[in-house]
Write a protein that binds this ligand. Structure first.
Ligand code: UDP
Length: 238
């Protein structure tokens, strides 16, 4: 079989990807499915790091809008929630024999390692899946920006942005049946068309560091491995 196109990737999973139909919390079946997909990528010899969001538990801006919690506090709550998701992904991966490490941007030494770039790279070289938790450690940004930042830091070949639809469309495919899927977009197009796929800061970082982003559907079994093999799946932003 041909070598995978990408040797080291950062996979971004939204909190939404971890919950079932009720769109909140963590669903064991979803976790299991994601873990098995990740394992197939590792089995190809690809080094993989995961950045996980927390939209299934809490988003800073939403908490602040709905309560008297300050927005900054809400963002810290969101970052802490990503640690909960990271631990869930860790144990699920380990239950199927995948070695992992969780590294948090906010010190939490009873539950996981701190983010240390050189150490993260060493784990990847040893074939461990590194799960980056607590986002960037800074409020007012999202875990998409974290994925772009960590990918730049560990010199990943690509960011794999997992979504619930097949890629980037010119309109919302859930409400517009005629929405058109883009196979390829330049970073400038992705930013200027304001397609709301990733934050501008995330695209900006990937563009500066020459890291392509592949937006693909996490729900189709086999997609993740197909993306790293270089098959035309989803939307390539480069
Ligand atoms: N967050 C933050 N800094 C970061 C990453 C995340 O403040 O570097 C907070 C922010 O409030 C965000 C929440 O954590 O809304 C959850 O992350 P995100 O919205 O990216 O989760 P996703 O939509 O991917 O599930």
């Amino acid at each position: 079989m041909a070598d995978p196109k990408y040797k080291r990737v950062v996979l971004k999973i939204s909190g939404e990807g971890l919950c079932g139909e009720d769109r909140f919390g963590i669903d064991g079946d979803e976790l299991g499915r994601i873990a098995r997909e990740i394992k197939t990528v590792g089995d190809l010899g690809v080094e993989l790091a995961v950045v996980v969001g927390a939209g299934n538990i809490v988003r800073g801006a939403v908490v602040a809008k709905d309560s008297d919690v300050e927005e900054v506090t809400g963002h810290y709550m969101g970052m802490l929630a990503t640690v909960i998701n990271a631990l869930a992904i860790q144990d699920t991966l380990e239950s199927i024999g995948v070695q992992t490490r969780v590294q948090s941007a906010i010190g939490m030494d009873r539950v996981c390692e701190k983010f240390i770039r050189r150490r993260a790279i060493r784990h990847l070289e040893k074939g461990r899946v590194v799960i980056f938790a607590a986002g960037t450690g800074n409020p007012f940004v999202t875990t998409d920006t974290c994925a772009a930042l960590r990918a730049s830091e560990v010199q990943a070949d690509a960011v794999l942005k997992a979504t619930q639809v097949d890629g980037v469309y010119d309109a919302d495919p859930k409400t517009s049946p005629t929405a058109k899927l883009y196979e390829h977009l330049s970073f400038d197009e992705a930013i200027h068309k304001r397609l709301r796929v990733m934050d501008v800061s995330a695209f900006d970082l990937c563009q500066q560091n020459g890291i392509p982003v592949i937006v693909f559907n996490l729900k189709h079994p086999g997609n993740m491995a197909a993306v790293v093999r270089g098959e035309r799946i989803g939307t390539l932003v480069s």
